[in-house]
Design a protein around this ligand. Structure first.
Ligand code: SAM
Length: 420
């Protein structure tokens, strides 16, 4: 089909109209381009397609930095063919549209560019500290094709951070494994023992800590297979604090993300000495630790996290803060009533968002401010819609390009209750 590509939709594809009138989501195209597209999926209401030839290119089109990107190839990235400023403008547009749809508010958005080790991220490459490579039946590692179980064999991943040592892992054969999960962090001495956790990291790089786990077929998490992998506990440093991150515990994926997000949260919340703070969906306690120092010994910080391993890490990471508590629990209205009241709330839920009941329960605690950290503009919009319905204001909305080359974007919304 020859198609004229329209705006980018959630999911990263351009919206077009097929000759039979069906809405068509076209990957590998850019807004405004005329393309020849090949259908990759079909339902009664819409089609999916790949742009296989560009007849009229957009000025935002660039050669993909990755040799494995393109129609039918690696499904890991959505925007390798798009100039970085255009990627960021597209993400700002998606976020603004979702907020408008759910809250009725038109909030201008600029997608900010993170710093990595003091350098502005101007190429969108080498940022990803956590990867899951798929392994084919011959034991070769690669990445899955878009919406497929097929593995695209690759010998490098341009978005992987150098300590991942992607080339080395991809050159290795993994017989019997279904996936290879790798995570790395900047390393340094262990917060508890003072031992250098980076020692022996080998290809991960000087000082970096790296964990490599090969999973059997059909498993998405769990212990390494005997004989392959190393489940090193990672150590990371953020704003002068060290964090222990066990294999399986959540940690932000972009090298610069923990610092950028922690700074955005404290700038937005302006924590004061003596305040009571809730960190919901706390992971290993990133925000709780940074804010805990600011509220001081007369304040309290309570972290709520459902994963056993991450909650244990959070306890370890917060152990120097006298009035800190880690509650291993799902975030739910009853739990919030028990742990409240709070002056400040930070929540950083998974992609599904917090949902109406939890969002309303947070509002009922009447905190002075809420910081909502979100990786999904649609669920962020939906949950902010609940706050806006209850009379809350969105005081600021910042967005960060923490997933360059993909359609994903991270946002931090600061909200205030009615009458503030
Ligand atoms: C996006 S991560 C954020 C972690 C942390 N704020 C950070 O930046 O490192 C979400 C966390 O919420 C946890 N989680 C998922 N569902 C949860 C729930 N219903 N209740 C509590 N924690 C949950 C996950 O285990 C994960 O650690």
């Amino acid at each position: 089909m020859r198609l004229r590509a329209g705006a980018i939709a959630a999911g990263g594809a351009c919206v077009a109209r097929a000759p039979d009138g069906r809405v068509t989501f076209v990957r590998h195209a850019l807004p405004g381009e005329l393309v020849r597209a090949s259908v990759t999926g079909e339902s009664r209401r819409f089609l999916r397609a790949d742009a296989v030839e560009v007849l009229e290119p957009s000025p935002d089109r660039v050669p993909a930095p990755c040799a494995f990107a393109g129609p039918g190839r690696c499904g890991g990235c959505d925007f390798q063919h798009m100039a970085l400023p255009a990627q960021r403008a597209a993400k700002a547009g998606l976020l603004r549209a979702q907020l408008q749809h759910h809250t009725g508010l038109d909030v201008p958005v600029t997608v900010e560019v993170p710093m990595v080790h003091g350098r502005i991220d101007d190429d969108g490459l080498g940022w990803r500290t956590r990867m899951q490579f798929a392994v084919d039946t011959s034991g070769r590692a690669g990445l899955r094709r878009h919406r497929s179980h097929e593995v695209e064999p690759i010998d490098d991943c341009r978005i992987a951070a150098p300590p991942v040592a992607a080339r080395e892992l991809l050159a290795t054969r993994w017989p019997g494994a279904g996936a290879v999960v790798v995570a790395c962090a900047d390393g340094g001495p262990d917060p508890g023992t003072g031992d250098d956790a980076g020692a022996g990291a080998g290809a991960a790089g000087a000082g970096a800590t790296r964990s490599v786990v090969a999973l059997p077929h059909g498993r998405t998490s769990g212990a390494p297979q005997p004989g392959i992998g190393s489940t090193a506990t990672l150590t990371a440093h953020v704003l002068g604090r060290r964090f222990r991150i066990s294999p399986g515990s959540f940690w932000q994926v972009h090298q610069g993300a923990p610092q950028v997000l922690a700074e955005a949260v404290v700038t937005g919340l302006q924590p004061m000495a003596g305040e009571n703070v809730l960190d919901l969906y706390a992971g290993v306690g990133l925000f709780a630790a940074v804010i805990g120092v600011m509220v001081g010994p007369s304040g309290t910080v309570t972290a709520v996290e459902s994963s056993r391993g991450a909650a244990a890490d959070a306890r370890y990471n917060l152990r120097g803060l006298a009035r800190s508590t880690v509650l291993r629990s799902s975030v739910a209205p009853g739990v919030l009533r028990r742990v409240g009241p709070a002056d400040l709330v930070v929540l950083d839920p998974p992609r599904a968002g917090a949902g109406r009941a939890v969002t309303a329960a947070i509002a009922a605690l009447r905190p002075r401010r809420v910081a909502y950290v979100a990786c999904d503009p649609a669920t962020l919009g939906r949950d902010l819609g609940v706050l806006v319905e209850l009379g809350w204001q969105i005081r600021s909305l910042r967005a960060f390009d923490l997933f360059p080359m993909t359609e994903h974007v991270e946002a931090v919304a600061i909200c205030e209750p009615p009458g503030s």
